[in-house]
Write a protein that binds this ligand. Structure first.
Ligand SMILES: Nc1ncnc2c1ncn2[C@@H]1O[C@H](COP(=O)(O)OP(=O)(O)OP(=O)(O)O)[C@@H](O)[C@H]1O
Length: 589
């Protein structure tokens, strides 16, 4: 409720004014002198004052002067019985809002009260909004200066409007002098990287970003992510809305990611070393090479015998590099016929050939923004070779049956266990494609060339199986380890993994004995070449009985594991079904 003070030395006026105003719903106090009025004001600030000029002592004008002197801005209405030009002028000059002549009737009084209280409400609201706006501006300024990213607002004519504190550290800017300067001058050495993005954002009217940009700085080189955001875009937070009017200027945001990049590199290296096991110097060299290639877009050819980990290398190159967020698409080139491979890789349009009932996106296009892994690349036909060459040279594809090329952004990693050089020599593989693929070659050595990695790999697989089968196998006994290290591993790490899985399942206890290993390994050790070939037991050997018992144990374990399924048990033991039946017969099982 509005509070009104009425000041008059005539008691009857105070009484009637109070009556009329209270009836209209106002809270009213009266005073008969200037001093009395000031006592009321000290207790509670009125929203409106009506004061007679003549108060029989200090006048209403003195009261007005004191009120304004105290910085109070409420409407002040002077009332006089003897209007004079001079007092009216003085009153208005001192800040009186209205000058009323007696007699003041009810309507005149209420009209004045209502008008001036409404005016006061509007003025109060405006002042409150301005205070809030000031507070918000101060708050934003604090945030603007506290954010760790360098922020520069730039007019559409590329003049610096404002900069925050972080610009000093990240861009080496003189933040006090930057406002009003041409942007390229204020940005100094960062201008070469930032200006094209600012221009593009103004031109296109949408956010333009670039990551991992190296900027020279007095602290040396730093790596930054740069975004240029049209201010209209920032205001409406409509990211990537093409066509936004950028005439309001652009905001440049520069984030120092030097430390982050270092951490990412360390994480990437960790990823590679965790997924790929090996301590031999040759494998350490492979890891170093893979780490250094992860962040590049270079085409990589991974070579090595089957099972040496070529796919793991492709996977590590993708997942520890800049394309990790993009797709990793694998194509096994030897698994498909020429036509199928072509449409699998490049896609096709409906009706391109019999059976092409609808449009299909090829794997290369699916890998856009990521990595395409072409396994068994040595097996592709001459026509696919030619098309692939175009992908590597032009970075574009053409779907089968469509004459229109489409741009693609893929990193190609190819793998082969064949000698592409020999295929080139025999005219089976295009030389130009060979060199395009082999920009960098990662060669994986056969397992027999790095026997020191075998115990480590076996341990790694046992841990994996422990987790998978919920067991606690602690490792291999020394003879089993010896067998693993001596064996030649024609199937390389894949074969080792299968052998350890086999032994893990066969072994009843917590330590894996040599007897639990697959037949081929046993044969390479204690069984004769003849038995290795036929799978027959050597009853003439001095330890035939022991071997028989061992086999009995292995066969029962395998049958138990497979729920009595002999075919599966034979597979588990690495022997043919016929051998399995023969052994069961021989051992009376
Ligand atoms: N260094 C390694 N550390 C751990 N596991 C490995 C390593 N190398 C290979 N492997 C494992 O061996 C198996 C075969 O690996 P991968 O498929 O990568 O080989 P490849 O060379 O691509 O084989 P292929 O030529 O037959 O396609 C996989 O189970 C893989 O996890």
């Amino acid at each position: 409720m509005a509070f009104i003070l009425v000041v008059d030395d005539e008691e009857s006026i105070c009484f009637t004014f109070r009556l009329f105003l209270e009836q209209a719903g106002y809270d009213v106090q009266t005073a008969s002198s200037c001093a009395g009025a000031l006592t009321v004001i000290d207790g509670q600030t009125p929203d409106l004052i009506f004061a007679d000029i003549m108060l029989g002592g200090p006048s209403g004008i003195d009261l007005l002067r004191e009120v304004r002197h105290r910085g109070l801005t409420m409407p002040f209405i002077l009332i006089t019985g003897e209007p004079s030009m001079e007092t009216a002028v003085e009153a208005l000059a001192l800040g009186a809002d209205e000058y009323l002549y007696k007699p003041v009737d009810k309507d005149k009084l209420l009209l004045a009260a209502e008008r001036w209280l409404r005016y006061k409400y509007v003025v109060d609201q405006k002042q409150r909004l301005e205070r809030e706006k000031d507070e918000l501006r101060r708050h934003l300024e604090t945030v603007f200066n506290a954010v760790p990213d360098a922020i520069v607002t730039v007019s559409s004519g590329f003049t610096v409007l404002s900069v925050n504190e972080a610009c000093r550290n990240i861009l080496g800017m003189d933040t006090a002098a930057a406002g009003g300067q041409p942007c390229d001058k204020a940005l100094g050495s960062a201008a070469a990287e930032c200006m094209p993005l600012l221009r593009e954002a103004v031109r296109a009217g949408h956010i333009v970003q670039r990551g991992g940009v190296a900027v020279q700085h007095d602290r040396g080189e730093i790596i930054v992510d740069i975004s240029a955001v049209p201010l209209a875009c920032a205001a409406t937070a409509t990211e990537h809305s093409p066509g936004t009017d950028a005439s309001g200027g652009v905001m440049l945001i520069v984030r120092d990611v030097t430390r982050l990049t270092g951490l990412e590199r360390a994480l990437a290296a960790q990823h590679i070393r965790r997924s790929m096991i090996g301590r031999s110097s040759v494998m350490r060299g492979v890891f170093r090479l893979v780490e250094s290639l992860a962040d590049t877009d270079t085409t990589v050819l991974v070579t090595g015998e089957s099972g040496t980990g070529k796919e793991l290398v492709a996977d590590a190159l993708h997942h520890s590099g800049a394309r990790a967020q993009g797709p990793f698409v694998k194509v096994n080139c030897s698994a498909l016929s020429e036509t199928l491979l072509e449409s699998e890789l490049f896609g096709h349009v409906r009706g391109a050939f019999t059976g092409a009932t609808k449009d299909r996106t090829g794997r290369i296009q699916m890998a856009h923004g990521g990595t395409l892994f072409l396994d068994e690349i040595g097996d592709i036909s001459p026509s696919v070779q030619l098309k692939l060459l175009r992908v590597l040279q032009e970075k574009e594809i053409e779907r089968v049956g469509e004459g229109r090329p489409v741009k693609v952004d893929v990193r190609v990693v190819a793998a082969t266990n064949k000698s592409l050089r020999a295929l080139v020599a025999r005219g089976k593989f295009r030389e130009d494609l060979y060199y395009r693929l082999k920009v960098v070659e990662v060669h994986l050595p056969a397992l027999r060339e790095r026997r020191e990695d075998i115990p480590l790999l076996a341990e790694h697989f046992i841990e994996e199986f422990n987790e998978h089968f919920h067991r606690r196998v602690s490792g291999l006994d020394s003879s089993a380890q010896q067998l693993l290290v001596q064996y030649d591993w024609p199937g390389n790490v894949r074969e080792l993994r299968h052998a350890v899985e086999h032994a893990f399942i066969m072994a009843g206890g917590n330590v894996i004995p040599a007897a639990a290993l697959p037949a081929e390994l046993m044969q390479s050790g204690r069984f004769s070449a003849q038995s290795a070939g036929t799978g027959a037991l050597r009853h003439d050997a001095p330890d035939a009985a022991a071997q028989g018992a061992e086999w009995k144990q292995r066969l029962s374990a395998a049958l138990k594991e497979t729920g009595g399924n002999k075919a599966k048990a034979a597979r588990l033991l690495g022997i043919s079904r016929q051998t399995m039946y023969r052994r069961l017969r021989e051992l009376g099982m």
